[in-house]
Design a protein around this ligand. Structure first.
Ligand code: NAD
Ligand code: IPM
Ligand code: MN
Length: 366
């Protein structure tokens, strides 16, 4: 047995963040028991919780804690009570700041259709069956960060800017991921209109030459949004810039049945396990908060991504993925993935069941 010892920064954030984080920690504790690992948790405030604690969405001590940890596990940020704040100190800025400060330019959002959930989506099961794609979203550039950025009462400006270096490094992440998967990259852009997309396409073509076994194709983002629900099954790696990736990944989540199923990893080096931040792709779902009804699976699968990318603990990651498979196959459903009139379980019960499954699967294989 390996004696993996890691310190994890736990930034639960706002809304459903703390509830789903509690489930993720249960599952991590089960992993410690089964694999003999030792995790130390260091708790920090981010988003609205940071504003409440220190007046800013990313308090200095939270950033220090994240920088000194081996990995960061994040819940979600934001809530209606903060929406009227001055934009530079809104909760969402905490998320953008921590991504930028840690250099987390590569955001991986795996989208997998579970056989047990084929009927949970609004889309037809035959469209969803076999879907297994990875959205590779550039995370520290583009419209979110480009300068100048300003507004007056009558005019506002955001700037879309990309450099060759920024595009090259995210393209390498996508091609490397495709080499480990089905060998296909679809690069999504708006090269028929945008200068940044024209550069994007040229640079991606150049990077593709380093990966002769990977097949590259291009889609304009409007067409990509349509193809995602028309015929998603052939899609393998979908590479795209920051805002397109934000939008397309929420859309793609419906291929899994719910946004509550979609984990993510944000990395600062290509797939080789240096610092990473792991969070669900969804937000703080304020209307669900405090009711024990949110789906914790995106948060729990984000733990599996942390074990994979930051700790190279592949067996442990698989134990979590298998446990999620098991409880879904047993018919456990939170409200968002339940079919009409079917019984549902709450956030806590789903977390308990997945943690219990990690423990009992281990007994079976021991
Ligand atoms: P959201 O992702 O919170 O919710 C979108 C929809 O999905 C809602 O109907 C919600 O109920 C549902 N949903 C989301 N997560 C779910 C889960 N785990 N289980 C079941 N259903 C789930 O997006 P929104 O409503 O546009 O934004 C709410 C707040 O979250 C805003 O303040 C926004 O800025 C913030 N936000 C934060 C993040 C993040 O922290 N990474 C991401 C997106 C939005
Ligand atoms: C996400 C969120 C964030 C983003 C917001 C809250 C800043 O939507 O992680 O997808 O746009 O990146
Ligand atoms: Mn988003």
């Amino acid at each position: 047995m390996t004696s993996l010892q890691k310190t994890i920064a736990i930034l639960a954030g706002d809304g459903i963040g703390p509830e789903i984080m509690a489930q993720a920690l249960k599952v991590l504790n089960a992993i410690e028991t089964v694999f003999g690992y030792q995790f130390t948790y260091e708790y920090g405030a981010i988003g609205g919780a940071g504003i409440d604690e220190s007046g800013v969405p990313l308090p200095e001590k939270t950033l220090k804690l994240a920088q000194s940890a081996d990995a960061v596990l994040l819940g979600a940020v934001g809530g209606p009570q903060y929406d009227t704040l001055e934009p530079s100190i809104r909760p969402e800025q905490g998320l953008l700041q921590i991504r930028k400060a840690l250099g987390l330019y590569a955001n991986l959002r795996p989208v997998k259709a579970y056989e047990a959930l084929l009927h949970a989506s609004t889309l037809k099961p035959e469209v969803l069956r076999g879907v297994d794609m990875l959205v590779v979203r550039e995370l520290t550039g583009g419209l979110y960060f480009g300068e100048p950025k300003w507004r007056t009462d009558d005019e506002a400006v955001d700037t879309m800017r990309y450099t060759r270096a920024e595009i090259e490094r995210i393209a390498h992440v996508a091609f490397k991921a495709a080499q480990q998967r089905r060998g296909k990259v679809i690069s999504v852009d708006k090269a028929n209109v945008l200068k940044t997309s024209q550069l994007w396409r040229d640079v991606v073509e150049g990077v593709a030459k380093c990966y002769p076994t990977v097949e590259l194709s291009h889609l304009y983002v409007d067409n990509a949004a349509m193809q995602l629900i028309l015929n998603p099954q052939p899609m393998d790696v979908v590479l795209t810039e920051n805002m397109f990736g934000d939008i397309l990944s929420d859309e793609a989540s419906m291929l899994t049945g719910s946004l509550g199923m979609l984990p993510s990893a944000s990395l600062n080096a290509s797939l080789d396990g240096s610092i990473g931040l792991y969070e669900p792709s969804h937000g703080s779902a304020p209307t669900l908060a405090g009711k024990d009804i949110a789906n914790p699976i995106a948060q729990i699968l984000s733990v599996a991504m942390m074990l994979t990318y930051s700790f190279n603990a592949l067996e442990a990651a698989k134990a979590i993925e298998d446990a999620v498979d098991t409880v879904l196959s047993q018919g456990l459903r939170t409200a968002d993935i339940a079919e009409a009139d079917s019984p549902v379980v709450g956030t806590t019960a789903m977390g308990d069941a997945i943690a219990a499954s990690v423990l009992s699967n281990a007994k079976v294989t021991a």
